[in-house]
Design a protein around this ligand. Structure first.
Ligand SMILES: *[C@@H]1O[C@H](CO)[C@@H](O)[C@H](O)[C@H]1NC(C)=O
Ligand SMILES: *[C@@H]1O[C@H](CO)[C@@H](O)[C@H](O)[C@H]1NC(C)=O
Ligand SMILES: *[C@@H]1O[C@H](CO)[C@@H](O)[C@H](O)[C@H]1NC(C)=O
Length: 330
């Protein structure tokens, strides 16, 4: 795997990684007896981003504005931002999820919270779902995902001409998606081509498992998804990075055939608890206008207002409004 080695060397010594400030987003959590104390919020960023990047900091500030006193914890694989960004491309997702679980369980405030809220951007959305399914200690109340690949990707849209990491990563997946990339390349672990379904079931290191698609289902995954109060899935109307974009709604797209989640076995046989969650009104399919990860502050504020905040907050105070603008992130 010499090309992968070159990628690793490049990432370690290359200069394309923007320096990010080390300042932590973590605010003080006022965990007194006060019922108005907002639940902590964990955020998992997307491919090519870092936990302490400016965009993430702004999201944390908005969460604090919506619900003052919110402890915001951006999940990271490494305290050093450029290394955290590197880990969004490289690594074994079984280990990444286990690290997130361990970090949350060891955090002095998160570990004592009665519940937490979770916000996942792009691939971070399916990783947070894996946190719920595999760990859920502390349990997640509201899980909100934006442009996530819940049903995998067939391919990513074209990489930017200067994005060598993206190009090498995508090249490797298309070379041989079921080989060693399953333990080293993050997007390969949620690669899911319905035309290669048998190979996917056999070799997928992540998605086939957390989607309970194999013959033996994990009952814990279903129990934990059922415990969510809300699972809100945003799809970007003009998403051209994630193919097919309907994966953000768990839709099956096989060639020209589209099967919405509610018509799929995964739902009708309730492999994941999604049908039960839907019947109690907890499963929400939403669209955001614009391109992949083009989220406006207004939309984020609506989401924070509707789904996050104190444990005993009033529910469904407002419906999210569409928004525009934002940054470009996988
Ligand atoms: C199901 O998942 C849980 C949580 O990850 C794990 O502890 C357990 O071993 C799994 N069960 C099976 C049958 O794989
Ligand atoms: C990923 O890591 C887990 C835990 O260390 C290991 O059991 C598994 O075999 C690894 N996956 C691959 C494809 O190497
Ligand atoms: C997708 O369609 C092909 C035929 O075009 C079929 O062989 C394959 O099993 C389908 N995959 C799934 C997951 O339904």
């Amino acid at each position: 795997m010499s090309i992968l080695h070159r990628l690793l060397l490049f990432l370690r010594f290359g200069s394309l990684l923007a320096a990010s400030s080390d300042e932590s987003l973590v605010h003080r959590f006022n965990d007194g007896d006060d019922d108005d104390t907002p639940l902590p919020l964990v955020i998992w960023h997307g491919l090519g981003d870092a936990y302490n990047a400016d965009g993430m900091r702004l999201v944390g500030e908005l969460a604090e504005k919506a619900h003052p006193g919110t402890l915001v914890y951006p999940i990271r694989m490494d305290e050093y931002g450029p290394r955290d960004r590197y880990d969004s491309f490289i690594g074994n997702l079984t280990e990444h999820i286990a690290k997130a679980c361990a970090d949350i369980a060891a955090h002095p405030i998160l570990s004592t919270a009665p519940a937490i809220d979770a916000l996942g951007f792009s691939q971070g959305g399916q990783f947070l779902r894996a946190y719920v399914e595999r760990c859920n200690k502390p349990p997640v109340r509201s899980l909100v995902t934006f442009g996530s690949q819940h049903n995998g990707i067939i391919r990513f849209g074209d990489c930017d001409t200067s994005d060598f990491i993206c190009k090498i990563a995508m090249g490797l997946i298309h070379g041989s998606p079921w080989g060693s990339v399953q333990s080293t390349l993050v997007p390969a672990q949620y690669f899911r081509d319905p035309e290669q379904y048998e190979d996917y079931l056999k070799y997928s290191n992540f998605l086939a498992d957390i989607n309970n698609e194999r013959e033996v289902k994990n009952a814990t995954y279903k129990e934990n998804i059922k415990k969510l109060e809300s699972f809100v899935m945003y799809m970007f109307e003009e998403d051209e990075k994630v193919i097919p974009k309907e994966t953000s709604w768990f839709e099956e797209v096989n060639g020209t055939e589209h099967t919405p989640l509610r018509a799929r076995k995964l739902y009708t046989e309730d492999w994941l608890g999604l049908r039960e969650l839907d019947r109690k009104g907890g499963l929400k399919f939403r669209t955001a206008p614009g391109a992949h990860m083009a989220i406006s502050d207004e939309l984020l504020m609506e989401v924070f207002d509707s789904f996050f905040g104190p444990l005993n907050r009033q529910r469904g105070r407002s419906e999210p409004r569409p928004g525009l603008g934002g940054d470009d992130e996988l």
